[in-house]
Ligand binder design. Structure first.
Ligand code: DC
Length: 225
């Protein structure tokens, strides 16, 4: 597929496994640069949320595609709206994450979500957070980051996030849910979770958020055109 680049608007892609800190780092970068954010996981999660609500089986791809046609996604600051309903706080639990990961293996579903993601580019720039931002959705991105962290750190980060959002969680269930999801996202045939060949891999296990952000901002300032 030929990809149209909107007026050469710059894109920084932040891909990586579950709970690597992509969301937090993307928000800080967006604030520092004055750019907007695409949280592509939130799109997969929103679809998953409505699949669960409508009791649709993850195997019923036709029903999912029909459902998708009825959903209109929009973003306002860090919130996601579907058909004008703010569902940001309803999509963060691991049940929704698991369904999002399962349905994201399907090519028709991925293709249907591609345009929504590419249309989110806007001046003066976009931070795109996900699994395949640098490999598939924005292969022309100006800077590609693959952000990772060890499993213990990621479980702890997600645990704190969920507790802060008042979502009750069992830490050992959370650990196995994260590991299952990473395995599924990494081993799938389509758009698997892998660093783009030209991505900078950053292990944030022992970095503060500020340190990670400043490494990325340095890469951005010193990039080769
Ligand atoms: O980033 P997240 O945890 O909110 O994403 C939820 C799931 O959505 C993830 O496990 C796989 C899927 N996803 C994807 O396949 N491609 C993306 N670009 C983003 C998310």
């Amino acid at each position: 597929m030929k990809i149209k680049i909107k007026n050469n608007i710059p894109v920084i892609t932040i891909d990586g496994p579950t709970a690597a800190g992509k969301g937090t780092i993307s928000s800080s970068l967006a604030r520092r640069l004055g750019w907007s954010i695409l949280d592509s996981g939130a799109i997969y999660r929103s679809l998953a949320f409505f699949i669960i609500q409508n009791n649709i089986s993850c195997n019923d791809i036709n029903a999912i595609l029909r459902l998708l046609k009825t959903l209109k996604f929009s973003f306002h600051s860090n919130d996601i709206y579907v058909n004008n309903l703010n569902i940001t706080n309803k999509i963060r639990n691991e049940d929704v994450g698991k369904v999002a990961s399962i349905i994201s293996e399907n090519s028709n579903i991925r293709d249907s979500l591609l345009n929504i993601q590419r249309h989110s580019i806007q001046e003066p720039g976009l931070i795109a957070d996900g699994r395949d931002m640098g490999t598939v959705v924005f292969p022309f991105a100006s800077l590609k980051i693959f952000l990772t962290a060890n499993i213990d750190v990621r479980v702890e980060r997600r645990y704190k996030q969920l507790i802060t959002s008042k979502v009750s969680v069992n830490i050992s269930n959370l650990r196995s849910a994260i590991m299952d999801r990473d395995l599924r996202d990494t081993e799938r045939v389509l758009s698997p979770l892998i660093p783009a060949y030209d991505a900078h891999v950053i292990d944030s296990s022992y970095l503060t958020n500020d340190e990670t952000v400043s490494i990325i901002l340095d890469l951005w300032k010193n990039r080769l055109y």
